[in-house]
Ligand binder design. Structure first.
Ligand code: 4AD
Ligand code: MG
Length: 461
């Protein structure tokens, strides 16, 4: 059996050869004595044209099949230099492997992305979603490739955890207690000593704290895994279940962290441009005419950098443009982030040194006592795709910050130990995998870059 991908890669090698291809019909056109099938086998973006004539003994049967039907085709591969498509297969035998009924929802016409979200079991077959999920797969591989080529150890951090890394309380509880009538303590609270692990546990919001353990062993590590947040954020950029890549590097400061983020992003963009030319051309044609040009310029140019304080000064000059207020201490909203990266800097932008009140307890306090060594990477159209920082390596300052943030120091004794036993400067970041895919495909909604998205009020399939 030949994969259609190989026909596109090495067409001249197949010239006049007898081949067998398997796949599903994207369209079927019957012209009485000749008919055409556009066949896809999932191995590449472009379909193969299959042509057959009434000499085929089951002609009428095949030609009357519906879009979506599965076929096995035997025939001769022919280069067609004068036609619209570069080649076709003249079929000598077509087996109907599985028919498709006429009410197949994916007819050969344009369907809105909103409609497609209602049929998650079928939408992966469309051009847009299949291109997106192939880019997603290739991107995942590119990320592993980048870190492995740079000597990083791939660290598996737990999915069920006892700590709230971001300290924001947005965790999905994991429990075997009866949710309606849990056993109670004398004071009337659920008795977690009777729970499966003997204490409250949740799905992880970030593997960072465990990645720090591994980084202080291996020097350079990264995680790549699912992450869960019970945020009530009804936006196009937030999902309840998403994937995060979290590198962590020892003997490193904030600038090293930003250099790593930049090198990784550039490598991944370049790799996907090389490996997915059909998909990238499709997104460029269908969704954003400047996509390829923009990605190429990101690969070639440096990223911009601005402090939070400078960013606020820039935004204050045009604050009437925004819905949300701008002042020193305010969190940057998507509208602010997009203005900075799309209107002012026009390229990926690191914003560094945020007020400590806006960030998590583990970020290193700067000498001004007001800001922390944080960095967010903002990109046009999406906003924040990376959040990272240099970590607080001074045990006493860290303990103070844990208290200030209202967290329980006892829960973080093991984390403080990392500072007591050979602590070093270290830094890391979290890349939102779906946000990166949105950026590369120009998909505007995170629900369209996840095969089976989980968002508030939605867990279809
Ligand atoms: O900025 P965040 O919350 O940072 C952390 O979790 C750190 N522990 C990372 C680290 O330093 N190791 O999240 C990191 C990234 C964000 O920049 C965003 O791209 C993505 O994760 N993200 C989400 N993506 C989709 N849906 C959500 N609800 C997301 N929340 C964060
Ligand atoms: Mg963040």
């Amino acid at each position: 059996r030949t994969e259609i991908k190989d026909l596109f890669l090495f067409p001249s090698q197949f010239d006049s050869q007898e081949i067998t291809v398997c796949g599903w019909a994207k369209s079927i056109r019957d012209h009485k004595t000749t008919a055409f099938i556009h066949l896809t086998d999932g191995s590449c973006h472009s379909p193969l044209q299959v042509v057959f004539t009434s000499e085929l003994q089951n002609y009428a049967d095949v030609a009357s099949q519906n879009v979506g039907a599965a076929f096995i085709v035997k025939g001769t591969f022919k280069l067609t230099p004068d036609a619209k498509q570069p080649f076709e297969v003249e079929a000598s035998e077509i087996t109907i492997e599985g028919s498709s009924s006429p009410d197949y929802p994916l007819q050969k016409k344009h369907h809105s992305l909103e409609f497609l979200r209602t049929i998650p079991h079928l939408r992966t077959r469309t051009n847009t979603l299949s291109a997106t999920f192939r880019v997603r797969s290739v991107t995942a591989y590119a990320i592993h490739k980048f870190f492995n080529e740079h000597g990083f150890v791939y660290a598996h951090t737990p999915i069920i955890t006892t700590s709230d890394c971001e300290g924001a309380g947005e965790m999905f509880r994991v429990t075997t207690l009866d949710p309606v009538k849990p056993p109670l303590t004398e004071s009337g609270d659920p008795d977690y000593s009777k729970d499966f692990f003997g204490k409250p546990t949740s799905l992880t919001v970030s593997g960072q704290l465990e990645a720090e353990v591994m980084a202080l062993t291996f020097g350079k590590v990264y995680t790549f895994g699912p992450t869960f947040r019970a945020e009530q954020s009804f936006t196009a950029r937030h999902a309840s279940e998403f994937w995060m890549i979290e590198p962590e590097i020892a003997f490193a400061e904030l600038q090293d962290d930003m250099d790593l983020a930049r090198d990784m992003i550039k490598f991944v963009l370049q790799y996907v441009m090389e490996q997915c030319p059909q998909e990238m051309a499709f997104f460029n044609d269908m969704y954003d005419k400047e996509l390829i040009q923009r990605i190429n310029s990101v690969i070639e140019s440096d990223f911009a950098k601005v402090t939070y304080t400078e960013a606020i000064e820039i935004l204050e000059k045009v604050k009437d443009k925004f819905q949300y207020p701008v002042f020193w201490g305010a969190d940057l909203q998507t509208e602010h982030e997009r203005y900075l990266t799309e209107q002012v800097f026009k390229k990926p932008l690191f914003v560094i040194n945020y007020p400590k009140e806006l960030k998590a307890f583990y970020m290193r306090l700067n000498d001004d006592g007001k800001t922390v060594a944080a960095m967010d990477l903002l990109v046009p159209a999406v906003g924040e795709i990376i959040g990272g920082s240099q970590r607080e390596e001074r045990a006493d300052v860290l303990e103070q910050r844990i208290r200030e943030c209202g967290l329980n120091v006892e829960d973080y004794e093991w984390y403080l130990d990392l500072r007591r036993f050979g602590g070093t400067h270290h830094a890391g970041f979290g890349l939102g995998f779906e946000r990166l895919i949105m950026y590369m495909t120009s998909m505007a909604n995170i629900r369209d870059v996840i095969p089976f998205p989980r968002t508030p009020n939605n867990a279809l399939l």
